[in-house]
Write a protein that binds this ligand. Structure first.
Ligand code: NAI
Length: 295
């Protein structure tokens, strides 16, 4: 691989909370983006929501009609993985499961060109382990955005054992070109932010389980202590299912280290399908993605 890999067309797999946000970031940077989700309804919904957000920005004078149309035209839905063949960068943002990610990347290897960089937005899964399923793991890296991707500045670029330096450097430069603060980390469980932030979620969930207080009080207290969000509202934004899967993955990867043990309170939310904002109910209730404020 050459040391200056030019990224033109970008593909994003997974049109959920993160995938759509990442597609938007790439489109805003001028790339044509193909968006694929195993659930075509989800892709359509994500693109509709994006169009509504653009329309609202036009209405508020934050964006011209022309800019909105240009952005919208840059992101198109793909009906199958094979439509991603022209991409020079594929970013995967699907369910946080090693076996499913491996399967998707192995399939991409037979579809994409040899120069195409494969990147995972995984929060916690080992890039080395995902790469073990590939014939060319040197072109795989982590490209970890934070939620919401268009707003949050930080991007972690993660190298697995086999990741080529050129791939790492290309992604660091690209993320900076996209206006992000890019940091490099080697592939250890949870990388940097998800490792250090996990005890914040974990201790809040333990306090809840012990009946110390309510989500609203704990969140308000942490906000007044200077944190931008309390852990309950933050995990509702992340997705309780996603946050739980990340905790379970980090816990397992550290060989059942008690500090990272997943919470039964969170498990109950997941079992109930109360994933947070995206399902309209988590610790709090939501309507149209916004918290319902009780009178
Ligand atoms: P999500 O649940 O909102 O969206 C995932 C999407 O992937 C769904 O629309 C689903 O239909 C699709 N999908 C599942 N399996 C698929 C497959 N085999 N092929 C194609 N599409 C498939 O999840 P979210 O929150 O967007 O997370 C995605 C990834 O990003 C996960 O690895 C997660 O750990 C990571 N992440 C999540 C953050 C968050 O705050 N939610 C922050 C940073 C990373």
């Amino acid at each position: 691989m050459s040391s200056s890999i030019k990224i033109q067309q970008v593909a994003v797999i997974g049109a959920g909370t993160m995938g759509m946000g990442i597609a938007q970031v790439a489109a805003q940077a001028g790339h044509q983006v193909k968006l694929f989700d195993a659930n075509a309804t989800q892709t359509a919904r994500a693109l509709d929501d994006f169009a509504s957000r653009l329309a609202s920005r036009v209405k508020r004078g934050k964006l011209s009609e022309q800019e909105a149309q240009t952005l919208q035209a840059r992101i198109s839905a793909a009906d199958s993985l094979s439509e991603l063949a022209d991409a020079s960068l594929v970013i995967e943002a699907i369910v946080e499961r090693l076996d499913i990610k491996q399967k998707v990347f192995a399939e991409l290897e037979s579809i994409c060109s040899e120069q195409c960089i494969l990147a995972s937005n995984t929060s916690s899964i080992s890039i080395t382990a995902i790469g073990a399923a590939l014939a060319h793991p040197e072109r795989l890296a982590g490209l970890h955005f934070f939620n919401p991707a268009p707003v949050m500045k930080l991007v972690e670029v993660i190298s697995g054992l086999a990741t080529a330096h050129e791939v790492r450097d290309t992604l660091l430069a690209l993320a900076r070109d996209w206006g992000k603060v890019a940091v490099h980390a080697s592939s250890t469980p949870g990388f940097i932010v998800n490792r250090i932030a996990r005890p914040y979620y974990g201790e809040t969930l333990r306090a809840l389980q012990e009946g110390v207080s309510t989500p609203a009080v704990l969140d308000a207290l942490m906000r007044s202590a200077g944190f931008p969000m309390g852990a309950c509202e933050l995990t509702d934004l992340i997705g309780q299912d996603v946050n739980f899967a990340v905790s379970a993955s980090v816990y397992r990867a550290f060989h059942d280290e008690p500090r990272y043990r997943p919470s039964l309170v969170q498990q109950a939310l997941v079992d109930a399908g109360r994933f947070g904002r995206k399902t309209g109910q988590g610790f709090y209730a939501y309507q149209g993605g916004k918290p319902v404020v009780e009178a």
